[in-house]
Write a protein that binds this ligand. Structure first.
Ligand SMILES: NC(=O)c1ccc[n+]([C@@H]2O[C@H](COP(=O)([O-])OP(=O)(O)OC[C@H]3O[C@@H](n4cnc5c(N)ncnc54)[C@H](OP(=O)(O)O)[C@@H]3O)[C@@H](O)[C@H]2O)c1
Length: 351
């Protein structure tokens, strides 16, 4: 049996062109709750390439060589003695905890407390595309007190990883009455194809039309901001409505949910910036939050159920092969550049 595995790594903070395909020791089970996963597919998230570029180095520095990737689908190859919920051969998907990171590699060890069975109707590539983007979106939509039944929701970037999950969850799971989204020109005709007929009620081509001018003032119950434009939409939101961002500066407590060890001074800086944003929103009578994903296994099981019920379909815009490292780096660069990508990009590890 092989004792080394191929893994995408970085040896210093770098853009994807500097990633290294390394031979690492095959990981082994260390704790009773661990499972060893043979990774079949992994998806690329903006957070993966931002971390490799060093944006988290202030509060969560990496040890080199550092591994990349948190979202994957695969098959359990071994289980720790305390694992009862899963068995060898189970097909699973997971958002790895930050400390377990390393989805762009052939095998990884994860805590059984973080994983869920793969939706039965999805391929490994489709399942790998979901965890980070859909869990973040779910947590953002759950932030809105009173729910979204019958409400009007504006999602930026409806064919991005997070936006494509948001349009579907808002309409098909949370019962929103109207979903409005922005996409770039070439994607206008693709929204219904990828998300299903009737999911999005109004599409705005943000390259030719400014949603701040197109959407009537005071008409939205919620804005889901994936593009760091949150407060610029304030006039569009009803009093008592919500803006939830996943990209503007979060509060210290929100960031601590994922990174408990951030320095006190950094937490205070975040709180000041966050409180200013919240104060600006209050002037309009609008609730504001900026959240950070905290992966929860129960919510992964919710995603599985919604996929199987046809309420959530993954949007996989591109699949690249792990065996073509140049293509993998190119795909990571496209995510880093954050322009023109459709849905999720997935690395197929087992051909
Ligand atoms: N807080 C958290 O825990 C959390 C979790 C997940 C993601 N995020 C962050 O959320 C952001 C989005 O993540 P993602 O996974 O959805 O990214 P993604 O799938 O890579 O989507 C980016 C896409 O958004 C579109 N876009 C760019 N600017 C736009 C604009 N002004 N209006 C509408 N669409 C625009 C672009 O497509 P076009 O060029 O074709 O428009 C681009 O390809 C990232 O910055 C990510 O780091 C945060």
């Amino acid at each position: 049996m092989a004792t080394t595995i191929k893994a995408v790594t970085f040896n210093n903070y770098t853009k994807p062109s500097g990633y290294v395909l390394a031979d690492l020791p095959k990981p082994t089970i260390e704790g009773p709750d661990d499972v060893l996963i043979k990774v079949h597919a992994a998806s690329i998230n903006p957070a993966d390439v931002k971390r490799a570029y060093g944006v988290l180095r202030i509060f969560d520095p990496d040890k080199f060589p550092a591994r990349i990737g948190c979202d994957l689908a695969g098959v359990i190859e071994a289980v720790g003695e305390g694992v009862e919920e899963f068995k060898i051969g189970d097909e699973i998907f997971v958002r790895l905890a930050e400390a377990e990171r390393g989805a762009f590699q052939e095998y990884v060890v994860a805590s059984a407390k973080t994983i869920a069975l793969k939706p039965t109707n999805l391929t490994f590539e489709e399942a790998a595309s979901l965890p980070g983007a859909a869990l973040t979106t779910l947590q953002a939509l759950l932030t809105v007190k009173g729910g979204l039944q019958g409400k009007t929701v504006f999602v930026t970037g409806g064919l991005s990883g997070t936006g494509s999950a948001a349009c579907q969850l808002a309409k098909n799971v949370f019962g929103a009455g109207k979903v409005i989204t922005t996409v770039s020109t070439a994607k206008v005709g693709l929204v219904a194809k990828y998300l299903g007929e009737g999911v999005v009620d109004e599409i705005i081509d943000y390259k030719t039309s400014d949603p701040r001018k197109t959407i009537p003032k005071g008409s939205l119950d919620m804005v889901y901001d994936t593009v760091a434009e949150a407060l610029s939409f304030l006039p569009l939101v009803k009093r008592g409505g919500w803006i939830v961002s996943i990209i503007c500066l979060p509060s210290g407590p929100n960031l601590r949910g994922l990174f408990p060890n951030i320095p006190g001074w950094f937490g205070k800086f975040l709180d000041i910036a966050f409180n200013i944003a919240q104060y600006r929103a209050k002037l309009y009578g609008v609730n504001y939050d900026s959240i950070v994903l905290v992966p929860k296994k129960e919510e992964l099981f919710d995603l599985k159920r919604w996929c199987e019920e046809g309420k959530l379909r993954p949007v996989v815009g591109k699949v690249v092969s792990f065996s073509d490292f140049e293509e993998v780096k190119k795909a990571c660069t496209e995510i880093y550049d954050a322009k023109g990508v459709t849905g999720k990009t997935v690395i197929k590890i087992v051909e």
